[in-house]
Design a protein around this ligand. Structure first.
Ligand SMILES: Cc1cc2nc3c(=O)[nH]c(=O)nc-3n(C[C@H](O)[C@H](O)[C@H](O)COP(=O)(O)OP(=O)(O)OC[C@H]3O[C@@H](n4cnc5c(N)ncnc54)[C@H](O)[C@@H]3O)c2cc1C
Length: 299
């Protein structure tokens, strides 16, 4: 089956949904395709309950409500779910037997289909209480939680969980965080361990009971260890991205774009998938990228 539209948007995460809103408002014919059975990308799959405070024009919003808000501005009949795009060629988008033919293709596949990066220590797979995604966090109330990672996700979760438990540890392998450390500046209950790496897990009946961490020290110095008792371990080491570059020129793991977010010809990339100097993988820059591309295709 072939469908012809003016714009085909591949990926219905926040970037793809926002682009669909722009098309809808301007009366431009579009098709929004997603491989998953739900829209919303990382928000829906990884953090539907989180409070987002850094979207321009919105003071604070629970992440799943942000997706509902975006969805309201999209014609549902133009959304095609459970459709994994495999190839993009000459402005034709191929997903199995389905072909979308359009003037413009907007690549908004985010991190693609990805699996979480593990802690990388023995017995990790045997522990059911090591979590890599967190949809809700109220079950962590008063629990002993060890959070690993130094990016924004680790800091965001540290902030939220230390509001409901006073036994929360944040462990990172460097002396500085990659994410915005302002996030945790008022977290009085949070115990921070820098620079430490996970060393070993002690477990019982399929659950980690404690995790030993090792201090990162210059070679030759006496080794230092700490043992943290846990009810849950939360790993925020990011994802191992599956191949979602469709053969376009890459920059690191992502698709290289020019200053107009152009990949080539009439193909553009927005959101987490695209890369340029100082690119930030957040919602606000995605919105700016969509606005920029939309202006261009309208002119
Ligand atoms: C825990 C966590 C907390 C975060 N908190 C914040 C925050 O507070 N503020 C903020 O600004 N940002 C935050 N972020 C980052 C933000 O979620 C991302 O920048 C945003 O989701 C990127 O949107 P996107 O649409 O580019 O990609 P994604 O959200 O990754 O969506 C991509 C979509 O494309 C689909 N797809 C992938 N491959 C294909 C294919 N081949 N065919 C069809 N569909 C495909 C996927 O199914 C998915 O629905 C957070 C991220 C995490 C992990």
């Amino acid at each position: 089956m072939t469908k012809e539209t003016t714009v085909t948007i591949v990926g219905a995460g926040p970037a793809g949904l926002y682009f669909a809103n722009l098309c809808q408002k301007a009366g431009i014919d579009y098709l929004l395709i997603d491989a998953s059975n739900e829209v919303g990308g990382q928000i829906t799959h990884l953090y539907p309950e989180k409070e987002i405070v850094d979207i321009p024009g919105i003071n604070s919003i629970i992440s799943k409500d942000y997706i509902s808000k975006l969805l309201k501005g999209v014609d549902k009949s133009k959304i095609l779910l459970n459709t994994k795009v495999e190839k993009i060629e000459n402005n034709k988008v191929f997903a199995g037997d389905f072909v979308a033919k359009s003037k413009y293709v907007i690549l908004a596949v985010g991190l693609g289909f990805s699996s979480p990066r593990p802690l990388g220590i023995e017995h990790e797979n045997e522990c059911k209480n090591i979590l890599y995604h967190l949809k809700k966090f109220d079950f962590l109330k008063d629990k002993k939680v060890a959070i690993f990672g130094g990016g924004d996700s680790a800091l965001d979760w540290s902030k939220e969980i230390s509001k409901i438990s006073n036994d929360v540890h944040l462990i990172h392998r460097r002396t500085e965080f990659r994410g915005n450390h302002e996030t945790i500046k008022d977290c009085k209950n949070l115990k921070i361990h820098l620079p430490y790496v996970p060393y070993s897990i002690e477990y019982e009946n399929g659950k980690a009971t404690s995790i030993t961490i090792k201090k990162v020290l210059p070679e030759g110095e006496k080794e230092e260890f700490e043992k943290i008792y846990v009810d849950y371990i939360l790993v925020n080491y990011g994802n191992i991205a599956a191949n979602c570059d469709f053969g376009f020129e890459k920059q690191g793991m992502f698709v290289k774009v020019d200053k107009d977010n152009k990949v080539k010809n009439n193909i553009f990339a927005v959101g987490d998938i695209c890369d340029y100097e100082n690119k930030k993988r957040r919602i606000a820059p995605s919105i700016a990228e969509c606005d920029r591309v939309f202006k261009l295709i309208q002119s």
